[in-house]
Every structure is written in structure tokens, then in C-alpha cells.
Design a protein around this ligand. Structure first.
Ligand SMILES: NC(=O)c1ccc[n+]([C@@H]2O[C@H](COP(=O)([O-])OP(=O)(O)OC[C@H]3O[C@@H](n4cnc5c(N)ncnc54)[C@H](OP(=O)(O)O)[C@@H]3O)[C@@H](O)[C@H]2O)c1
Length: 214
């Protein structure tokens, strides 16, 4: 399948491109800079230059699946959290809906599906981040897209175990980016993962089995 990955130059995005290619998909990677192209091509991806804060219509055209794995990161302020993590994601969803593509998978965050309450003093940045992720997820659920919303705990660079724990809520924990990428790809084929939002951390259930249990 033709799969677009937004955030393809990121840590999880690169793994997504690599694994999609290994699984026989045709991975397209959204990049912001020309100089990022060779690295993506080495992983087997087809570069598409676009910015989530701008026009992304050309990037989603012809895709069977769209994956959002981008993020403004911790080095920018709350304005970018709003304009990339929420508005950039919604921009991509709107463009996807217009093309007629149905399947949309988003890398959200642990906690984004929970009641947020009031921000704690000193933790306003995380509160804002979760609020923006939550609003992007809620927008996605209001569309006609076949969504899967993946809410992992702390992302690590550890090797994949392909074993996870999923649920509406799970205890706080961590998970390798490699297993998050594999889970997002498995959600393309697993019909039971359609119209679902779930938290995930490392666990002892094989990814495919975990998705069937949702
Ligand atoms: N860190 C955690 O523990 C954690 C836990 C749960 C969920 N998450 C979520 O998982 C996401 C992925 O994490 P990661 O560490 O793999 O990401 P990452 O390495 O920070 O990569 C994020 C990517 O998003 C791209 N990006 C930023 N703004 C963009 C824009 N306007 N248009 C297009 N692309 C843009 C960046 O492009 P450039 O390469 O050009 O800068 C970068 O390649 C995070 O952003 C976060 O929302 C993280």
C-alpha cells in the first residue's frame, strides 16, 4: 500500500519508513528540507517535501494510508506545540479527508485520552502538550476517517521485543519506538484496530494479538 509518514525524518518516522518497506508497502516520507532526502531514500522511502503548517494536499494525494508521527519536540515553545502537534495534525486530517483516503493512524501520547484537570505548577508545558494531543485526537474521532490512535508511554531507543501491553488506560511505563512503529504498521491490516484509541507500553503480548484484543 502507498503509505505517507508525516515526521519521516524523526526517530519513530525513520523506523516506520524502514519497516513499511520491509513489509512490502510503498512508504512516502514527508520532509521539510531537500537535504533530508538522501537519508530517507537510503531507508527505502520516497520523499515528499511538505510542511504540516502549510499546504499538504499534494503529499496525501493517492495515498492508501496516512500516518502522523511528527511532533514539535521539546526544543520549541508552546506556540509550536499548538501549530504542529494539534493544528498540523488536523491540517493533515482535513487534507486526507479531501482526497478520499480513509485510513489515518496517529502517534498520540500516553494520557491524552484522560481527563486533564488543571495544570500543576511547573508542569504547564506538559499540560499544554497533552491538551493539544487530546484535541487533535478528538478532531480525528469526529471525522469520517478510519482512525487508529496510538498513545504510547515514554519512548525509548531500546531494541524491539514486539511485545506490548495495550488498553484504554494502562499503567505508566515506557516502550521502544521500534515497537510503536511496528504497532502502527500492524494497525493498517488489523480491522479490529480501526476506530480505536489505546494506550500502550512494553508488555508480554505479541503486537498482532494485542491489537486483536482491543
Ligand atoms: N518522547 C516521548 O517519550 C513520547 C511519548 C509519547 C508520544 N510521543 C510523541 O511521539 C512523537 C514522535 O516522537 P519522536 O521522538 O520519534 O519524534 P522526533 O524524532 O522528535 O521527530 C519529529 C519529526 O517531526 C517533524 N516535524 C516537526 N514539525 C514539522 C512540520 N511543521 N512539518 C512536518 N514535519 C515536522 C520533524 O522534522 P525535522 O526533522 O525537519 O525537524 C521531525 O522529523 C513526538 O513528537 C510525540 O508527539 C513522544
Amino acid at each position: 500500500m502507498k503509505v505517507l509518514v508525516a515526521g519521516a525524518n524523526g526517530h519513530t518516522g525513520r523506523l516506520l519508513i524502514q519497516y513499511l518497506k520491509q513489509d512490502g508497502h510503498e512508504p512516502y516520507g514527508m520532509l521539510r528540507k531537500e537535504e533530508q532526502k538522501p537519508e530517507l531514500e537510503k531507508l527505502g522511502g520516497i520523499p515528499v517535501i511538505a510542511d504540516l503548517e502549510g499546504d499538504v494536499g499534494h503529499a496525501v494525494r493517492g495515498m492508501d494510508v496516512v500516518i502522523f508521527a511528527a511532533g514539535s519536540g521539546s526544543k520549541t515553545g508552546p506556540d509550536k506545540t499548538t501549530s504542529v502537534d494539534r493544528d498540523g495534525a488536523i491540517n493533515l486530517m482535513k487534507a486526507t479527508e479531501k482526497t478520499g483516503t480513509k485510513k489515518f493512524i496517529i502517534l498520540s501520547s500516553f494520557g491524552a485520552g484522560r481527563e486533564l484537570g488543571e495544570p500543576e505548577k511547573g508542569n504547564e508545558g506538559m499540560y499544554h502538550y497533552l491538551k493539544m494531543k487530546k484535541e487533535a485526537d478528538e478532531y480525528l474521532m469526529s471525522t469520517g476517517l478510519d482512525y487508529t490512535i496510538v498513545r504510547p508511554g515514554g519512548l525509548t531507543h531500546d531494541e524491539s521485543t514486539s511485545k506490548i501491553k495495550v488498553g484504554d488506560t494502562v499503567e505508566r511505563g515506557s516502550v521502544p519506538r521500534a515497537d510503536v512503529a511496528k504497532t502502527m504498521i500492524a494497525a493498517i491490516q488489523e480491522q479490529n484496530a480501526y476506530h480505536k484509541a489505546f494506550e500502550m507500553i512494553s508488555g508480554d503480548v505479541q503486537i498482532e494479538e494485542a491489537l486483536k484484543s482491543l
